[in-house]
Design a protein. Structure first.
Length: 184
């Protein structure tokens, strides 16, 4: 008995096309849906910070008079909790630098900040050193005269890091902080 060839009725192609349409529709639906976090916290804004340089002392060269003071900075760190949950912070290090050279260190106090609350933290950053290296002091003096001198304040807050560029012109001014970008 001779075998008869199978006849293709085309159902395989229709099934394949319908499956691809369904699959692509599912992928499109998943990518267009909001994240689970935004569904859980619909009005959530990120935590933002700012720093105010309230005062400073000891900005003199290292070879200054024997009774001279070390660099010290009075800062006010403001934290704005945009989250709809409490923010807990166990305290953290604050580093004040100029042109990449650390000048002073301090510590933020621990706190619990309620949802959508704002808090101002006083921070005293001091140095146990003798002063600012001569070349750095000359750069700082020139940049202050030109009105472009900036301190960089770095600190950690809960699980995030912040950096703030603060004008060193002697006037109290609030400077917004940003999250540093990592270089890989």
């Amino acid at each position: 008995m001779a075998s008869t060839p199978k006849k293709d009725d085309g159902c395989g192609w229709y099934t394949w096309i319908v499956m691809m349409i369904l699959f692509n529709g599912f992928i499109w639906l998943i990518t267009m849906l909001p994240s689970m976090e935004s569904i859980a916290y619909p009005d959530e804004k990120p935590t933002t910070c700012s720093v105010e340089l309230a005062g400073f002392e000891g900005l003199h060269p290292a070879a200054a008079s024997p009774g001279a003071t070390s660099p010290a900075f009075d800062l006010v760190v403001r934290v704005n909790n945009g989250h709809t949950f409490c923010l807990r912070h166990g305290g953290g290090d604050v580093v004040v630098s100029y042109a990449g050279v650390p000048l002073a260190r301090g510590r933020t106090p621990s706190f619990v900040l309620g949802d959508k609350d704002v808090l101002a933290l006083p921070v005293k950053a001091t140095s146990a050193g003798l002063g600012i290296p001569g070349d750095l002091f000359r750069l700082m003096t020139d940049e202050r005269r030109w009105g472009v001198a900036q301190l960089q304040v770095e600190f950690g807050l809960a699980w995030e890091s912040f950096v703030c560029d603060v004008e060193l012109d002697g006037h109290p001014r609030v400077s917004e902080c940003y999250k540093p970008t990592s270089v890989n």
